[in-house]
Design a protein around this ligand. Structure first.
Ligand code: AMP
Ligand code: ZN
Length: 485
């Protein structure tokens, strides 16, 4: 199969480079995933959607993928919370891990090949610490094992952090790190209190430091270095710098990562959205305000991944309106019943014969192959929507049936990247409200009730009432809806 040449802005070199995976039939990609101690906020979700866009873009480019995202299910916060709630680490993290996967499903994020958990990779982490010890890069103090950054002369190469002022032997053993603070970081922590989750291992009773898991999982899954490593820009230092030090320090003869990609932040009022600042929305918060998942997805992927995106409900509403307009064009097209073979996932194999669509198709692919330029791809999409609307208004001279069939095919191809359009004929319910949306609201209400968040559940019912939709809870625990008379 032929592949489209891609170009990526590699954080390591600071340059846009041609993408050269070791094997285009098995491109290896590792992405730093969530720490499962709470609902993800939509800033976190932006970084997970970026991974999905990367995946879908490479699939469109004809590549085959072998992708991973880790689940950090052990860290300081998790230990503290599980002790506070008097439950095991596993019991504490399970519902948050489930919520994470549910969010991804809601947002049409494709499943990756691997989701390794930190707690299931302890052996691999121990082996890595031993390798670093035998390479003379790690030392022990008070039962903790640290990485000695002075012994690793490539330290700082990835994040370009200045290590000249660094003090030798100053150690950092928490999972939360100050930005710009260059210190020896902890690889392995000994048990501090009896309640703390620990593992009995060859290097003692304890648990891994946060950075260790990603290096160890990459080794465990791929056996060697990988083509692409991604994460939010806040992870560049110290997390990725430390990962780089661990992996290159342990296996200096190998290339650890071909291309490093970093996604910019989602901001609120110019500040990074974060749990600690309290300026965040979870996906549920936004769904409860009545936004559909597809509008949220469309909004969060519409900016370039290397641009900051300032979030507001007003801007989300604008994306929703833009998306509805495109969707209306698709509904108009569907009314013509163009026959397209929908049983293909190989949209990269579809070739268009109409010259206008051919041009738009190559513009679209060139945009995403150019460091995932989604805004440029969107510009092509809008141009295409204009063309389809004009053609629908004028009835084209050329073979209209064939042309509209190709239009629908191209929408499908575009949707294999965006995953926000519906290809079912519009079901008429209430003015502009689809049944799917109502069912989503009912599902959100059910979830809120399960979480004992009765205020939200009540609010959803009242909001639906305001627009003339009445809910009835059945004895079996289901909910039905009807139009108010
Ligand atoms: P965490 O669950 O905190 O480990 O973060 C998961 C991912 O979300 C990481 O890749 C972070 O870099 C990313 N992230 C955290 N805050 C934001 C934000 N405001 N915008 C975009 N990505 C973020
Ligand atoms: Zn990581």
């Amino acid at each position: 199969m032929t592949t489209i040449p891609f170009f990526f802005q590699n954080t390591k070199s600071g340059k846009k480079e041609p993408f050269q995976p070791k094997d285009p039939n098995s491109v290896t990609i590792y992405s730093c995933g969530p720490t499962v101690y709470n609902f993800a906020h939509i800033g976190n979700i932006r970084s997970f959607l970026f991974v999905d866009v990367l995946r879908r873009a490479l699939l469109l480019g004809g590549y085959k993928l072998n992708q991973s995202m880790n689940i950090t299910d052990i860290d300081d916060k998790i230990i503290k919370e599980s002790i506070k709630q008097n439950v095991s680490v596993e019991e504490f993290t399970k519902p948050w891990t489930d919520a994470f996967f549910k969010d991804l499903e809601t947002l049409q994020v494709q499943k990756l090949e691997h989701y390794p958990k930190a707690t299931e990779s302890i052996d691999d982490m121990v082996t890595l610490v031993e390798t670093l010890q035998s390479n003379g890069l790690a030392y022990e103090r008070d039962g903790n094992v640290y990485f000695s950054i002075q012994k690793f002369n490539q330290y700082g190469e990835l994040s370009k952090i200045d290590v000249s002022g660094m003090k030798s032997g100053v150690r950092y053993d928490a999972d939360e790190y100050e930005k710009d603070d260059v210190r020896d970081f902890v690889l392995w922590k000994n048990q501090k209190t009896k309640e703390e989750k620990c593992w009995h291992t060859r290097i003692g009773m304890g648990r891994p430091g946060w950075h260790l898991e990603c290096s160890a999982m990459i080794r465990k899954i791929y056996g060697t270095g990988i083509d692409i490593h991604t994460g939010g820009i806040d992870l560049l230092f110290p997390h990725h710098e430390n990962e780089f030090a661990q992996s290159v320090g342990a296996y200096p003869e190998e290339t650890f990562v071909g291309t490093w990609l970093h996604c910019e932040h989602l901001l609120v009022d110019g500040e990074k959205m974060s749990k600690s600042k309290g300026n965040f929305y979870t996906l549920r918060d936004i769904l409860n305000k009545g936004f559909e998942p597809r509008a949220i997805r469309f909004h969060l992927i519409s900016a370039h991944y290397r641009s900051k995106l300032n979030f507001s409900l007003g801007k989300l509403e604008e994306s929703k309106v833009a998306l509805d307009r495109i969707q209306n064009t698709i509904f108009r097209l569907l009314e013509l019943n163009p026959s397209v073979d929908l049983n293909t996932n190989d949209w990269n194999q579809i070739h268009f014969t109409d010259p206008e669509i051919q041009t738009l198709d190559s513009d679209f692919l060139n945009a995403i192959a150019d460091d995932l330029n989604v805004p440029k791809a969107l510009a092509t999409l809008y141009e295409f929507v204009r063309l389809v609307n004009q053609s629908l208004d004028q009835t084209k001279e050329k073979n209209a049936d064939e042309f509209f069939k190709q239009c629908l095919g191209f929408f499908y191809k575009i949707n294999s990247l965006f995953a926000v359009f519906s290809f079912e004929k519009q079901k008429e319910t209430l003015d502009g409200i689809s049944e799917d949306w109502i069912l989503d609201q009912i599902a959100n209400r059910k979830l809120a009730k399960q979480n004992k968040d009765f205020a939200t559940a009540d609010n959803i019912r009242k909001e639906l009432e305001k627009i003339g939709i009445l809910l009835t809870d059945t004895k079996e625990g289901n909910t039905t809806w009807k139009k108010a008379q």
